[in-house]
Design a protein. Structure first.
Lengths: 306, 350
């Protein structure tokens, strides 16, 4: 009984520090959002909805529209997820359900190492290895087979939406794999054993018992990967071609929101220009929020239905 | 144990305090500058060389880009700014107090080409370069290119244009030149550290543009002269107003500045692209330091002005080894006049 008051004091202090930590994170986010919003005020108020739908980026004439960069961000992220989700979740299933523990450990460490490579290294590799490879071998072959499709039109440059999406996929896979692996490992063994006891094949076990149990965690892994793809800057700007344009072709050069900001911020010479760059940051922030919220809603729906 | 630990702790604090107090006693002066990345290698060489002779002065130059340099000097967070493109009238108005432009070195831009079929150096005129970057000339076998390259078999190959994606003083000098030789460029695109490029791929930094050119057969792009010289990138010769095709070199840049020196405007905010004079390389420009004419802290002002004075004189000796073009004598005397016009509380500083 004697220890009680002191322990409750420790509890109070502990709770207070947790509240502070939580508020701290929220304050930082609010501060960033406020700063970016106020900096972008001029561009957003002058441009209005035109800032979002405009397709020209002309610092000389001070005419700024965000659509090509927003388009590039969405296209590259979509390409990245199309490749990375099956591969990432597939490798996670392999690691948690099929691989022997020694193989799982070795491959797991390799995957984590992949996640630790700085993005500028990915970018340099993309520019000097991946882009020439795509330009000389992959793109001509794809065009020979599917050249009539508009998404593969245009001269093979090696850089563009497709290259950026592919590079992003490689960067996103380790994120999805390592999070999914932990999620799948958290599925109780009793679930699997019960399914096997009923005579299910390994495929049926994974499809019927492991995935439903892990679903929301797997969506979380994909959302984390998406976040990385949306915000990635250095690697993307090195392989996307940095052309402020909208093209249907994956071989065409484009631009992303984060890449424009990173490229032009240091030399933004007028307040209006700086404000337009902050406007791109607002668009990026908004896109991330909407997609995150969308993914969460999706998880809730799926849960409700299950 | 406690007391023995305390002893050295106190001694340590005392020592730190003493060390902190010492430079104050020796009147050490910290000068902070910020701006153009182009000047950075030269400024950092100056800083270390000047520090050897004047250990009481420490110069800290932050290479944050010309736009950043102009913002910092306007906000008075640094003692001097630096830029590759002169401040616009609107920017000078925003700064309220008069700011002086002092040229400290010269930059130039080389036009690099990747044509595996052609081993000779290409000769290009300004309007042809402008038309290529406007997307009007799209193939290397174009007649306009052949006209200035008799005897060269030009391949039937699409031209791939490469330009900087980040804002850059290099871009400013290049498009400033294009605007002078092509009215269409001037009207449609204009001049700034980043522009709305009609065609081409953007790449980050000189190394990015050089990498894109190197990897893409048929590519043409522009890189800072220093970068082209240090990395042995094949470049084209450009026709100057005197009618000669001139290869980019440090010497040819100084000649361009000397040709322009006769007509320097009073505020030294001048573009020297397409400069007259024999042997002058046409795509070059000044890089400036920005200082307020009326200084407020006289100790700082005195250290700053002495440093800049040293820079435009003794400091020029460090230009050539770093592939910068030294200022010609006619420009140095104009810099002297500028530096002498700086005052602190009404009295001249130098």
């Amino acid at each position: 009984m004697n220890a009680r008051p002191s322990s409750s004091r420790v509890d109070t202090a502990f709770q207070a520090s947790l509240v502070l930590a939580g508020l701290g994170v929220a304050t930082v986010l609010a501060g960033v959002a406020w700063e970016v919003l106020s900096l972008s005020g001029e561009a957003l108020s002058k441009g209005g909805i035109g800032f979002l739908t405009g397709t020209t980026w002309d610092p000389v004439a001070e005419e700024f529209g965000a659509l090509p960069a927003l388009y590039g961000t969405l296209v590259t992220s979509a390409v990245a997820l199309l490749i990375a989700v099956p591969l990432g979740i597939g490798s996670a299933v392999f690691l948690s359900e099929m691989a022997t523990s020694r193989v799982a450990t070795v491959v797991g460490v390799l995957v984590d190492l992949l996640a630790a490579i700085p993005s500028v290294i990915y970018g340099l590799w993309g520019l000097f290895v991946l882009a020439p490879l795509l330009r000389e071998h992959v793109q001509p072959a794809v065009q020979a087979a599917f050249g009539s499709l508009p998404i593969f039109a245009g001269p093979p440059l090696g850089v563009g939406y497709g290259t950026a999406g592919l590079l992003l996929a490689i960067m996103v896979i380790p994120v999805i794999t390592s999070v999914s692996r932990e999620v799948l490992r958290a599925v109780p063994d009793t679930q699997r054993e019960a399914a096997y006891a009923l005579g299910a094949t390994p495929f049926e076990v994974i499809k019927g018992t492991v995935f439903p149990f892990a679903r929301s965690g797997l969506v979380g892994a994909v959302v984390l990967g998406l976040g990385r793809a949306l915000g990635e800057t250095m690697a993307v700007t090195m392989v996307i071609g940095n052309r402020y344009d909208i093209s249907a072709s994956l071989f065409a050069p484009g631009y992303t929101l984060a890449a424009v900001i990173a490229n032009e911020f240091a030399e933004a010479f007028s307040p209006r220009y700086l404000s337009a760059l902050a406007g791109l940051a607002v668009v990026l922030l908004g896109t991330t929020l909407i997609l995150n919220a969308g993914a969460r809603l999706l998880v809730r729906r799926v849960k409700g239905a299950a | 144990m406690r007391t023995t630990m305390k002893g050295p702790g106190f001694a340590g604090i005392a020592m730190i305090l003493a060390v902190l107090a010492l430079p104050g006693a020796a009147m050490a002066q910290n000068l902070t500058g910020a701006g153009a990345t182009f000047q950075y290698p030269l400024q950092s060489k100056w800083s270390s060389e000047y520090g050897k002779a004047h250990p009481e002065v420490r110069v800290n130059y932050q290479s944050i880009g010309s736009g950043g340099g102009i913002r910092q000097i306007t906000a008075r967070t640094v003692q001097f700014g630096a830029t590759d493109g002169p401040m616009t009238d609107a920017q000078l108005v925003e700064a309220k107090d008069p700011i002086l432009h002092v040229p400290v070195t010269l930059g130039a831009v080389a036009v690099a080409v990747n044509l595996p079929e052609v081993t000779r150096t290409l000769d290009l005129t300004g309007p042809v370069v402008a038309d290529i970057f406007l997307g009007k000339i799209t193939n290397w076998s174009d007649r306009a290119i052949a006209a200035t390259n008799p005897g060269v078999v030009l391949p039937d190959r699409a031209i791939a244009v490469a330009h900087r994606s980040d804002g850059s003083g290099t871009t400013f000098i290049f498009v400033d030149y294009l605007a002078k030789v092509s009215t269409e460029w001037k009207d449609k695109v204009g001049v700034a550290t980043s522009v709305n490029w009609p065609v081409g791929l953007g790449a980050k930094g000189n190394e990015g543009v050089a990498g894109t050119i190197k990897q893409t057969p048929g590519a043409i792009g522009y890189v800072e002269l220093t970068y082209a010289l240090q990395n042995g990138i094949p470049t084209a010769r450009i026709k100057n107003p005197a009618g000669e095709f001139v290869a980019p070199s440090v010497d040819a840049v100084t000649k361009a500045a000397a040709g322009a020196a006769a007509n320097l405007p009073d505020d030294l905010r001048v573009s020297i692209t397409n400069a007259p004079g024999a042997g002058a390389y046409p795509i070059s420009g000044f890089s400036w330091v920005l200082v307020y004419r009326a200084q407020q802290e006289c100790d700082v002002a005195s250290a700053l002005l002495k440093y800049l004075w040293w820079g435009v004189h003794e400091g020029q000796a460090f230009s050539a080894p770093l592939h910068y073009a030294p200022l010609p004598a006619g420009v140095v005397s104009r810099c002297e006049a500028k530096l002498k016009s700086v005052t602190c509380n009404g009295a001249p500083v130098l």
